[in-house]
Ligand binder design. Structure first.
Ligand SMILES: [Zn+2]
Length: 211
């Protein structure tokens, strides 16, 4: 398969990770006012491949923060893609749930001050609790020519966005080891307020319907 969006910058090379090597094709995702990002196609692009749609988190991915599950989620998704020697990572420049790093830091500070989760803190600061959007990623994935994906996510909003773009989606929840009490609280807030699937048998993370 080839990419339909031929006007976008693209480059391919070999990618090595944890002792394994596979080809990767990097495609620029244009900024629609949402920060844009990149699509990384690992191995051959095949229908029903593993797909991770991931928003940037400097703390979790690069600084090894224990305060959220972003780093372990990305790590696990890449483990699975490399294991299959095929899959797609859509990496979105939506730091701090789309609010940016400074606002994310302000949100943490507000959480520490008020004892609230970061969604409530964002709202207290006058910010959208979650300003991320996945339409750009969904359209780009559909533009690659695939018709169905196995989506590595706990976030129903991502699955919904891809379905709206015409893709058939089979969600595969990501189970990660929680690194701290704050990460556990963040996961719980995502489950309670954003309807995330938290796929573990361990109490208190049982999945419940969120209205
Ligand atoms: Zn994070």
């Amino acid at each position: 398969m080839t990419t339909a969006a031929s006007n976008l910058a693209e480059a391919g090379h070999r990618f090595a990770r944890k002792g394994r090597e596979l080809p990767v094709r990097v495609i620029e995702l244009s900024d629609r006012g949402d920060g844009g990002g990149h699509i990384l196609v690992f191995g051959d692009l095949i229908d029903d491949c593993l797909v991770r749609v991931h928003s940037r988190c400097l703390y979790g991915e690069s600084l090894g923060s224990d305060d959220c599950d972003c780093g372990p989620e990305l790590d696990k998704a890449l483990d699975m893609i490399v294991e299959e020697k095929a899959g797609v990572l859509v990496y979105l420049e939506q730091e701090g749930r789309g609010a940016g790093l400074i606002n994310k830091a302000r949100g943490y500070a507000e959480s520490e001050r008020a004892g609230t989760d970061t969604f409530a803190s964002y709202e207290q600061l006058g910010l959208d609790a979650d300003a991320r959007s996945y339409g750009n990623a969904a359209d780009a994935l559909a533009g690659l020519g695939i018709t169905k994906v196995r989506l590595l996510t706990n976030n129903p909003a991502k699955a919904e966005a891809l379905r709206e773009a015409g893709l058939e989606v089979s969600p595969i929840p990501l189970v990660t080891k929680l690194l701290s009490e704050r990460a556990a609280q963040y996961l719980e807030a995502k489950r309670r307020f954003r309807g995330h699937w938290i796929p573990t048998d361990d109490a208190p993370w049982s999945v419940v319907e969120v209205s």
